[in-house]
Design a protein around this ligand. Structure first.
Ligand SMILES: C[S@@+](CC[C@H](N)C(=O)[O-])C[C@H]1O[C@@H](n2cnc3c(N)ncnc32)[C@H](O)[C@@H]1O
Length: 265
């Protein structure tokens, strides 16, 4: 492939590159390298994004007892995918992966060829009504039973003028009582809109055409009206850390993402 027919850089493949994966092209690696120049510790940030996702899935299936998960913006398959974590704990857990990227969907389908509890659906978060009406999802998810909605590393690709609050509200409204929502979102910490953060956001915007860091209170607003699971909306390392979770003090990059889990009353 020459640089003239190289595909446009793409969010899922840039993320795969930053995670050390192989499903990416030179155009994705260029954007990844620019992000890394701005934010040298970005690799730790993306690994911890996967780590908190694992902890949350364990909580939702192992402690909250959920048996169905909808993961919107699921990304390219990597190590410890959501369905693997969930089904290790409870093999009957049904998982629907939703993404708007055909490459992601193709890889996910290949990985899941023999898993009948896990399916893949095409959907764009910016059109929540279409996601909720998607036939594969409707077939696989029982909306009379609690659902875990995962929005991990995706809402910062929905810009303010696309009304992310309305989108999240519309999805939550469709879930029955006892459902849970998980959000992981890149943030600009109050006291550190430093050059690295600003440059990383700019590299993301320039590379993939979109990207909007928000503040921790703005992330908390997505979960308003729900019962926050302890410890609330916090940085990634503060959400139920395990023995492998690195310290925030030693790794300031980890202040650039907020996470929260909440239960619909
Ligand atoms: C950074 S990856 C996150 C993957 C995974 N959720 C994680 O946290 O490890 C973001 C994913 O969101 C998908 N995505 C971005 N905007 C989307 C949208 N509007 N609708 C659906 N998927 C979207 C991308 O294709 C990509 O696969």
């Amino acid at each position: 492939m020459t640089e003239f027919d190289m595909p446009q850089p793409n969010i899922a493949r840039i993320y795969d590159y930053l995670l050390g994966g192989k499903d990416n092209y030179a155009s994705d690696r260029q954007v990844g390298d620019r992000i890394e120049q701005a934010l040298p510790a970005v690799h730790l940030g993306v690994r911890q994004q996967r780590a908190v996702l694992r902890r949350v899935v364990r909580y939702l299936v192992g402690e909250a007892g959920l048996r169905q998960l909808v993961d919107i913006g699921s990304g390219l398959p990597t190590a410890d995918n959501v369905h693997q974590i969930a089904q290790q704990l409870e093999p009957s857990t049904r998982v629907v992966y939703v993404d708007n990227d055909p490459v992601v969907l193709a890889h996910a389908r290949a990985l899941l060829a023999d898993s009948k509890e896990t399916v893949v659906a095409v959907g764009d978060l910016r059109d929540p009504a279409a996601i909720l009406a998607e036939p594969t999802l409707r077939e696989h998810i029982d909306f009379e039973q609690p659902v875990g909605l995962l929005l991990c590393g995706i809402l910062h690709y929905v810009l303010d003028n696309e009304e992310p609050l309305r989108i999240v509200r519309q999805l939550i409204d469709a879930l029955p009582s006892g459902s849970y929502v998980f959000i992981h979102h890149l943030i600009t910490p109050d006291d550190s809109a430093d050059e690295g953060t600003i440059a990383a956001e700019a590299a993301l915007r320039q590379g993939v055409g979109r990207g909007q860091f928000r503040t921790l209170p703005e992330v908390a607003a997505f979960l308003e009206g729900l019962d926050l699971v302890e410890p609330g909306v916090v940085t990634v390392t503060e959400w139920r850390p395990d023995e492998d979770t690195p310290s925030l003090v030693d790794n300031p990059v980890l202040r650039l993402a907020a996470v929260g889990v909440a239960r619909k009353p």
